[in-house]
Design a protein around this ligand. Structure first.
Ligand SMILES: Cc1ncc(COP(=O)(O)O)c(C=O)c1O
Length: 285
């Protein structure tokens, strides 16, 4: 059984990618509960029920931090409970990590969920992307790690992965990888990158606060707490497809139809225009 994060019936671009990958690999998949549309937060009890009820040894795809599209992450305590249950059920957690640093601004802290699983003795897989946190979108640069029981298993898994890669892309482009490895292996450049990630995440966090305050000052009757409760690059705004359409036609503000807004595009220069537009698009339902 293969599992994917579910936002109930709402779909996003990242979700489509995941579905497409399993479809093309002819792997049957199921979804599990994650997001609660009413609280615009985590549906922890339903998630735990799904983890509990999945057949032992299921493969789960998880986002370790700054979940796309919901911006909703489990707390440290919730991760501990999830990890414990994974160990009991012998499930295999596979982490899709595209936003390390975006949740807390701290690269180490954003890896905490993965460390919890490893400390609990789970074997894990982790696909990391440097597209966002190093601004290398067009370079196809990432890193795949699979934690194995022993060297023999590692050799077998590596040769299987090489066979898949050979048929898919043969060898990866090298320029982006050289940039990333150059930064990570030079202590002063790495320290600079760590600082820059912090600045970037703090900027997004402060724009979340400004957007929420602006909406509240406009006397919007809706609850906008989730703008600051959610983390990472995305705000799962709760706007309906009709409201998204109004923003597009009336204000030239664009987001995915499920209401997912990229907070990276919000600036001190456009946040009040955005708040006014959201207020106008939502005040009559
Ligand atoms: C969760 C998640 N994983 C992976 C990706 C894709 O990363 P890459 O562009 O490195 O393939 C994205 C977004 O583009 C994403 O949101």
């Amino acid at each position: 059984m293969h599992e994917l994060p579910s936002v109930n019936d709402l779909q996003s671009c990242a979700m489509y990618s995941h579905h497409n990958i399993w479809r093309d690999a002819l792997v049957p998949e199921r979804t599990f509960h994650y997001y609660h549309p009413d609280s615009k937060g985590l549906n922890f009890s339903a998630l735990m029920d799904d983890v509990k009820n999945a057949p032992d040894g299921s493969f789960f795809l998880l986002h370790p931090c700054a979940h796309n599209p919901t911006g909703v992450d489990p707390t440290e305590e919730q991760w501990r409970e999830i990890s414990y249950l994974f160990k009991v059920k012998n499930h295999f957690p596979f982490f899709d990590m595209a936003y390390q640093g975006f949740a807390s601004g701290d690269l180490d802290r954003d890896a905490q969920s993965i460390r919890i699983f490893v400390e609990d003795g789970n074997l894990i897989g982790c696909a990391q992307s440097f597209a966002k946190n190093m601004g290398l979108y067009g370079h196809r640069v990432g890193c795949l790690n699979v934690l194995c029981n022993d060297a023999k298993q590692a050799v077998a898994i590596k040769s299987q992965l090489q066979q898949i890669a050979r048929a898919m892309y043969s060898s990866p482009p090298v320029h982006g990888i050289l940039l990333v490895s150059g930064i990570l292996s030079d202590p002063s450049m790495k320290a600079l990158w760590v600082e820059e990630v912090k600045v970037m995440a703090n900027r997004i966090q402060s724009l979340r606060t400004t957007l929420r305050k602006s909406l509240e000052q406009l006397s919007s009757s809706l609850n906008w707490e989730h703008i600051t409760n959610q983390v990472g690059m995305f705000c799962f705004s709760g706007l309906t497809p009709e409201q998204v359409d109004r923003l597009q036609r009336g204000f030239h503000i664009y987001m995915t139809l499920d209401g997912r807004m990229s907070m990276a595009g919000v600036t001190t220069g456009n946040v009040s225009y955005l708040a006014n537009a959201i207020h106008e698009a939502t005040k009559f339902g």
